[in-house]
Design a protein around this ligand. Sequence first.
Ligand code: ATP
Ligand code: MG
Length: 366
Amino acid sequence: MVAVEGTVHRSERANRGVELIPTAVEVIVRAEVPLPLGIVDKVGAELDTRLNHRVLDLRKPAVRAVFELRSSLLAGFRDAFIRRGFLEVETPKLLRQGAEGGATLFAVDYFDGRAYLAQSPQLYKQMLIGAGLERVFEIAPAFRAEPSDTVRHITEFASLDGEMGFIDSVEDVRNALEGIVTDAFITTKKDLAGRGNALAERIPEPKTPFPRIPFAKCVEWLGRPGSEEDLGTEDEKAIGEHVDREFGVPLYFITDYPTAIKAGTFYAQRQDTNPRLTYYFDLDFRGLEIASGGAREHRLDRLKANIESAGFDPEKFSGYLEAFRFGMPPHGGWGLGVDRVVQVLAGLPNIREARLFPRDRYRLDP
Ligand code: ATP
Ligand code: MG
C-alpha cells in the first residue's frame, strides 16, 4: 500500500484520460508476496479461491461494482417502500418456533434451552398488521439450513419483506410489489450510470403491469396440464424462456398456486371459490424465482384449521394467534430474495458472488 503525491495531467494514452506524475512516493505498509490472488487477474480465479481470499477479491473493480449495485438497489427499495407509506421494522431473528417448522431450521443453544434462527419474518410482520402498523417492511438476514449445493441457495440471505393490511384482494399486493421493484430498478440504473458503473446497462426498466400467468397455464406450457407438483429449477427456466418469447419481458408473476403445494404454508389463504387453489404467487425474474407472496388467512378459525391440517399444534403458535383474536384485517405481503435480484441484475453465475462474505453448508470463513 503506497501514498503518492504528484500532479495530475491530461493524457490521451491513459485509460481514464489523466495521468499522475509523482513527486513523492511513500510505502505505508508492505504486502506479503506472493499474493494468493491477482488483483488484475485476466484468467479469473476459481470462485472458491476468490472467496477464500475475499478481501483481496473485493479490491477488483468489477467485484466492487457488484456491491455498488447492491447498495444502490437497497437504497432504491427503501425509498420506494417509504414513498408508499410503509414503516421500516426489525423483527427478532432468535425464535422459539420457526415459521413453518421443517428441515431448514438452524437450532442454536440458548442458555439452558434451544432457539432457532429465523427463516423469515413471516409471523411477526403479520402480527404487526394486527398491531395496527398497517404497512410494514423489513430488510434483514434470513437463515435456512439448505443442504443442497445450488447456485441460487445460501444459508444466510437478505430477505426483503413487505406486508400490508386492509387489502381488497391479492392484486393490491402484486401492484405494490411490482411498483416497488420497478421504482428500485429505475433509480438504481440512474444512480449507477451517474457513477460510471458499467452494470447500469444491464438493469432493465420494467413496465407495469407485469404479466400474471396462472400456475395452471405454466404447467400446460411445460407439457403436464393439471399438475399440482411444485416447479423445479428447470421448469422455472423454461417458463422464463416462454415468457420472453410471448411477452418479451423479464419480470412476471406466477399466480394461483395450488393448495397442495402450499399445504405447509398454513398462513396462505385458500381461494373462496376454489379451495384447491391459494391466493399465492411467485415473482420470477428471467426464469429465477425472486419472491413469493400472497393474501394471508386472517380469520382465526380457518387459520387454526390450516395449522392443524399442516400437521402443527396451534398451541405452539399462541403468540402469533393472539394477534388474530382482537381484530385482524385482510392482509398480504411477500418475501423477496435480495441476493437473487443482485445475482440476475449483475449477471453473476453464482449467488455467492452477490454477498460480501457468503455462507453455505461448507463455508463459514472468512
Ligand atoms: P426456492 O423454492 O427457490 O428454494 P422458496 O420458495 O423456498 O425458494 P421462499 O420461502 O418463497 O423460498 O422465500 C422467499 C424468497 O427468498 C425466495 O423467492 C428467494 O428469493 C429467497 N430465498 C429463499 N431461500 C433462499 C436461499 N436459501 N438463498 C437465497 N435466497 C433464498
Ligand atoms: Mg417461494
